[in-house]
Design a protein. Structure first.
Lengths: 324, 146
């Protein structure tokens, strides 16, 4: 009987998370269009609903109704499964994202004791989806995009993980919930070397999500659309969903690790968590609509010559601070 | 080594300057307008569809003569008191090149270029306009917004 109840709870939690991901991705697409529009002194979507809030809904309906075109030369199996490999890992990460607490229940599907390690491990699988898409498309641009994406994500994973390790050293745990509780007195971002870690994390996170200024895997001016050149309809939408879910995840992790997670005065914890997460997302969007795309060699030079040495130095400094 | 750190600091500073530029633009009002529902008034010398003030026309045929594409056609009759009256004043919008010569040449400013610019239609017959009909541009003055 208990197992049936557990099963039902699992289904309900899964459905809630999937619903949240879909709504969040649609909101983020709308929000991105609005942010970009206002930065360019335009209005952005204004027609569908109040200030175009239902524009994304209309777009999703359009994408659902579109024909599912399979180009003749693709490697069918790999091509078919790539979008799922791009989305499923990002959904799996939600297991360890602490949304706060409500009525005494912790809003985290499972507080794993290796939480942040699990998240790092799972998000790396997203690259596999992008690489499968590039390989399976049988198209030079897609393959180039996929190769770039793999190189970029492997390079930026190092400073990303090093900055996360700094947080873990201060918190003394890998569990997301405990990291949040460790910031009860002071958010981690207010400690000097964790502030540096935050900046490094933010830069690496932008690169991890393949966004401007690090969007060389899908650089329109060089690679058409990179790995999703050959995709259309709902499969393209899956990549989009994966991209925006990743954006949410990196921002949620940043909010959890550096900005005190769901903790905050007056408002309920969930609201605090969402405010912080969407705030960081807005900053990342701000980057996107300000900075130009950098070259591949600049990208690699930046991570290996600047970010990685600084994060190692920061790590050593953090160790010295802790042992002092 | 020093150059390495100077590069990082100047680079970061230039990025911050860039971010401030976009932030300043975010706080500005949008310069675009919501076109079909919101329209800008056309400029003083804008040349839209040709229109006619019937009562001012003296039937001198100057406009017909100067029209480079021959899109205007007039016929008139004379009353017993030797007064001229317009019978037809046809304007073929299909041929019109919106040069504004008729407007310039008209001695009484009877024929003039209006500000109507949303002039797409579904058929040729709608482009042959009778300028004597007061209702002729009603459809184009208030295009239905869907």
């Amino acid at each position: 009987m208990v197992s049936v109840l557990t099963f039902i709870i699992m289904i309900v939690v899964g459905a809630v998370i999937l619903g949240f991901i879909a709504v969040s991705a649609m909101f983020l697409i709308w929000w991105e269009r609005k942010v970009s529009a206002h930065m360019q002194t335009r209005y952005g979507p204004m027609r569908v609903g109040w200030h175009g809030v239902f524009q994304s809904v209309a777009d999703v309906i359009k994408l659902l109704l579109k024909e599912d075109i399979v180009p003749a030369g693709v490697d069918r199996w790999i091509w078919w499964f790539a979008p799922f490999f791009a989305v499923v890992p990002s959904v799996m990460v939600f297991v360890c994202i602490p949304f706060g607490e409500m009525f005494g229940i912790d809003l985290i599907p499972a507080d794993l004791n290796v939480g942040i390690l699990y998240i790092i491990a799972i998000t790396s699988v997203c690259t596999l989806g992008i690489f499968m898409a590039g390989w399976g498309s049988n198209n030079k641009y897609s393959l180039l995009g996929a190769m770039r994406s793999a190189a970029q994500i492997i390079s930026y994973e190092i400073p990303l993980v090093l900055s996360i390790i700094t947080v873990v050293m201060f918190a003394g745990t890998l569990s997301m919930q405990k990291i949040v509780e460790g910031q009860k007195e002071m958010w981690f971002i207010f400690r000097p070397n964790l502030a540096i870690a935050f900046v490094i994390y933010l830069i690496s996170a932008v690169a991890e999500t393949n966004r401007v200024p690090f969007d060389i895997p899908e650089a329109e001016s060089e690679l058409v659309a990179g790995f999703h050149t050959e995709y259309s309809g709902m499969k393209f939408a899956m990549f989009f969903l994966g991209e925006y879910t990743n954006l949410f995840i990196v921002s949620a992790i940043a909010a959890t690790l550096f900005l005190g997670g769901w903790q905050g005065p007056l408002l309920p914890p969930v609201i605090w968590f969402l405010i912080k997460t969407y705030g960081i997302i807005t900053v990342i969007m701000w980057f996107r609509w300000t900075f130009p795309r950098i070259r591949v060699d600049q990208l690699m030079g930046f991570t290996w010559k600047v970010l990685t040495p600084i994060s190692f130095a920061n790590l050593a400094f953090a160790g010295w601070v802790l042992l002092k | 080594m020093i150059r390495y750190f100077i590069n990082i600091i100047t680079g970061a500073w230039s990025l911050i300057i860039g971010l401030m530029v976009t932030l300043k633009n975010t706080l500005r009002r949008a310069v675009t307008i919501q076109y079909p529902t919101q329209k800008l008034p056309m400029t003083e010398r804008f040349r839209g569809l040709v229109d006619l003030r019937v009562e001012k026309c003296i039937k001198c045929y100057q406009c017909v003569k100067i029209c480079p594409t021959g899109c205007l056609a007039i016929t008139h009759s004379e009353t017993p008191e030797k007064k001229k009256e317009l019978v037809t004043f046809k304007y073929n919008m299909e041929l019109c090149c919106f040069c504004g010569f008729c407007d310039q040449v008209c001695p009484t400013q009877a024929i003039y270029m209006s500000k109507i610019y949303e002039i797409a239609t579904y058929g040729h017959e709608k482009l042959h306009i009778d300028l004597l009909n007061p209702e002729k541009y009603r459809e184009w003055l208030n295009p239905t917004v869907k």
